[in-house]
Design a protein around this ligand. Structure first.
Ligand code: NAP
Length: 194
């Protein structure tokens, strides 16, 4: 499961659990983005902090694990490189799925080496209820490897949580308490300018 996780919230966790159940996955590996290609000019929370919050949020679920693979790399985080590394690690017998948000998947035809990536994995795109897919266009090969999953809990969003913290509004019950405590203890999202 790929994402910036800035911060991770219950929408991500519900998505992971729903995908695990529906697609009968053995485990979900959360891979916080290092330097995502489409966000090179964005101000992101340091990768080490996003990684820690992801560890805190996923710790209670024995089927969830976290990988620091992208975070540890200096290079831009292309999903192709990440999935290929997992393919090498787990071997041909493992069936891999790349789970992420549908907004990210809408641009999938522009992703690096997307055709080769589709040889290594299938894709699960999580949508918010009422999400319109009218503009979605992909090659037949990709369309065949792509599943959509509607997740009501994705009404929660990282950007809304960041805005709430900056405006001193509550974030309780939108994300695990451990992550909430981490955000306040380390003063994250106080200033969204810049
Ligand atoms: P994003 O553009 O920040 O997010 C797009 C939407 O998807 C947001 O609404 C976001 O909600 C949601 N979302 C993101 N991750 C999700 C997840 N794991 N489960 C459910 N919803 C999720 O997306 P991003 O986080 O930067 O990128 C998503 C993944 O796609 C990353 O792993 C990234 O590396 C990969 N990607 C790869 C390429 C490439 O290889 N060329 C290009 C683009 C993206 P929240 O803001 O609430 O998370």
């Amino acid at each position: 499961m790929g994402g910036t996780f800035d911060p991770i919230h219950y929408g991500h966790l519900v998505t992971a659990e729903a995908a695990r159940h529906l697609f009968k996955l053995d485990q979900v590996i959360f891979v916080p983005s290092g330097r995502p290609p489409h966000k090179l000019s964005h101000k992101l929370t340091p990768a080490s902090e996003r990684l820690l919050m992801t560890l805190l949020a996923t710790a209670p679920n024995q089927n969830f694990i976290v990988s620091d693979w992208e975070v540890q790399r200096e290079q831009i985080s292309y999903t192709y490189d990440t999935v290929r590394a997992f393919h090498q690690k787990f071997g041909d017998s493992a069936e891999l799925f790349f789970i992420t948000g549908a907004d990210a998947v809408l641009e999938i035809m522009q992703w690096r080496q997307i055709d080769e990536l589709a040889d290594f994995c299938s894709f699960i795109a999580a949508t918010r209820p009422g999400y319109r897919l009218d503009d979605f266009q992909a090659s037949p090969k990709l369309t065949a490897k792509l599943g959509f999953l509607e997740v009501p809990a994705l009404a929660i969003s990282s950007s809304d949580i960041r805005g709430r913290v900056a405006r001193s509004e509550p974030i309780k019950y939108l994300l695990p308490e451990t992550v909430e405590m981490y955000i306040y203890k380390h003063g994250l999202y106080q200033d969204l300018s810049g």
